[in-house]
Design a protein around this ligand. Structure first.
Ligand code: ZN
Length: 314
């Protein structure tokens, strides 16, 4: 069994129980036997009561994540994030998954993700978070791991590239560092977009046979729109995709296999030897997917966080 739920929200439990066998065969159909078997191995190891949180304080304490608590999420813990981009990645590490799914968050999520026909169903919201887990388990390395490595490298919020360019204009650092900050931000932004849109595509494919529609279907296969931005005083133009479908031109049946091997398909609008080297080094990443409790026991960052918290309480 792959698709299951071990949290405390009774309504979601009932919805999952009613369809879990059917959804298991659907994942097998969409992923193929080999990937499905890999997913099953990881799911059996990682998905248990310990990986489900319904209380923001507990979730925050365990993952160190601060976020908007109105929506559910899948968090991906990683200890691979200590190696800087400029040196590539040579580290081995441990990773795990956890879900935040409170009744309240599921209610708000249902309004956000679902079509009007199923506005009070929690299932599509959970399928979305579960699909993040599916990609985290099957991509090698997962997009979430790579964004996790980039996050400490970026100059500031990567989701607003134009705002970053404005901030860098006044930053007291050499031009080559500004260029690197922009490229790292564009890579992270692009990866996050692909990860989110790809997950929504998977949601739609998973739920279609049940007759469940989501409001965020990736049916618009319009061509990508490339935007560009400049920083005053820096002799480079930064191009990146601002709209349209990143899977444009790909046959629909190829989108899921393409997402699983995302490094082969992802394209950036610039050539940079440091960035190439970074992507090359991804081949060398080795990590173990652990149950959340075991992960926490071995995660040094978590240890430091606990110590800080204990000091505050004193
Ligand atoms: Zn998402």
């Amino acid at each position: 069994m792959v698709f299951d739920y071990f949290g405390t929200v009774e309504k979601l439990k009932q919805e999952v129980d009613a369809v879990k066998e059917r959804l298991d065969s659907r994942y097998l159909e969409l992923l193929g036997p080999e990937q499905f078997a890999k997913l099953e191995r990881i799911a059996n190891r990682v998905l248990s009561r310990d990986a489900y949180f319904d209380n923001p304080a507990d979730y925050m304490r365990a993952t160190g994540e601060t976020r908007d608590w109105s929506l559910p999420c899948h968090c991906f813990g990683t200890i691979l994030s200590e190696t800087p981009v400029k040196k590539g990645i040579q580290m081995n590490g441990i990773v795990s998954s956890a879900f935040y799914l409170s009744e309240d968050a599921l209610k708000k999520g249902a309004k956000f993700y679902n079509g009007l026909s199923n506005a009070d169903q929690y299932l599509p919201v959970y399928v979305h978070e579960f699909d993040h887990f599916v990609f985290s388990s099957l991509q090698n390395p997962s997009i979430e791991i790579v964004s996790g490595i980039l996050t400490p490298e970026r100059f500031n919020d990567p989701m607003d590239i134009r705002a970053l360019a404005k901030r860098l204009e006044h930053a007291n650092i050499p031009a080559n560092e500004k260029v690197m900050a922009m490229r790292v931000a564009i890579i992270e932004y692009t990866l996050k977009e692909i990860s989110e849109l790809g997950t929504r595509f998977m949601d739609t494919e998973v739920l279609r046979p049940l007759g469940v529609k989501t409001s965020v279907e990736l049916m618009d296969l319009s061509a990508p729109v490339i935007g560009s931005v400049r920083i005053n005083g820096v002799d480079s133009e930064f191009k990146y995709q601002i709209a349209g479908n990143p899977f444009h031109g790909m046959d629909k049946s190829q989108i899921i296999p393409g997402l699983l091997e995302w490094q082969k398909h992802i394209r950036f609008q610039f050539k940079d030897p440091i960035v190439d080297e970074f992507f090359q080094s991804l081949h060398g990443i080795k990590y173990q997917y652990l149950p959340f409790k075991e992960y926490l026991r071995r995660d040094k960052k978590h240890e430091r966080r606990e110590r800080r918290l204990a000091m505050k309480i004193k």
